[in-house]
Design a protein around this ligand. Sequence first.
Ligand SMILES: NC(=O)c1ccc[n+]([C@@H]2O[C@H](COP(=O)([O-])OP(=O)(O)OC[C@H]3O[C@@H](n4cnc5c(N)ncnc54)[C@H](O)[C@@H]3O)[C@@H](O)[C@H]2O)c1
Length: 317
Amino acid sequence: MKKYLVAGGAGFIGSHLVERLVAEGNEVTVVDNLCTGSLENISAVLDKIIFVESDICCFDTTEKYDTIFHLASIANPADYVILPLNLLSDVSFGTHRLLEVANECKARFYYFSSSEVYGHQMVSEFFSLSEESYSSIGLLHERSPYFISKMFGEEFVKAYSEMNNLDYIIIRPFNIYGTKMDLKSQYGRVIPNFLKWASDSAPLKINGDGRQTRSFCYINDFLDAVLLLETLSEFQYSVVNIGNPDSISILNLAKCVQSISHKNIEILYENKVEHEPCWRKPDICRINQWIGWYPKTKLECGLKEIYEWIQKRGDYY
Ligand SMILES: NC(=O)c1ccc[n+]([C@@H]2O[C@H](COP(=O)([O-])OP(=O)(O)OC[C@H]3O[C@@H](n4cnc5c(N)ncnc54)[C@H](O)[C@@H]3O)[C@@H](O)[C@H]2O)c1
């Protein structure tokens, strides 16, 4: 049995992780300010864990943990475009606080970054003049605080951990999906949106022409990889992609959702979202060679499970 701290454990990924850690018989503390997460997400294990409602920036503890998972961040575009300052201050002060806690007990530290750190702009080598609006990574627009916070978070975790001899790893998740994703926001993550609209027999709204592609990784597969890493006595690498390399266009995703719902739902095309990446596809050679992991769940199976979950809930507004 190990003692875990899961920061952001009341959110989508965090709550699934907490359930798995509890099921394995571990002692788990969750710290979460519930800004986007909910107690309902961890209701199945609430009596088996210690829950601390607190912002990570001022998390107060004297407990000694074996491992800390840092997932606490505003992560949904619908939230981060309106709360950029929270995002940036949380990643600096909050990450620093969690690293201090890790350092006090020499805990292993997992930082959950994002595939967004790869950026999405095509950099032209012929770009010769540096206009203010030009940036090779795309600075100062409504989506940039998120990937900047993750880039900063990665550097911060690396610098602090190496200076203090902490065992750390940076995980870059690529579009993880599963039950307990936020169903409330209208603009955010495409899978819960499409499935929720399908459940309501409402049109599936696509931003742009639908040719943009994404690679979706089912939550259980993702956590299999994370928990396999946790069995290792030491980390061979300091950063790793975790995702599913099978990609699908957003239009084909919409068609898949139509078929799962068995409804003849209309597909509508809306304006393209500015600064949205055209594609995302992870190279997972590193994690595959390292721990022999490869995602198993077919997209259609994962989507069906979430669709059933949404239909059972029916109260998401
Ligand atoms: N879901 C994905 O596909 C995906 C992809 C890339 C990266 N990530 C990263 O993985 C992590 C978890 O993502 P998620 O999808 O579960 O998001 P989520 O919004 O469901 O969970 C984040 C949790 O962190 C909590 N939180 C936020 N700021 C906090 C703060 N200052 N103090 C305490 N708690 C705070 C929220 O209340 C929430 O419970 C995030 O860091 C996210 O950036 C997720």
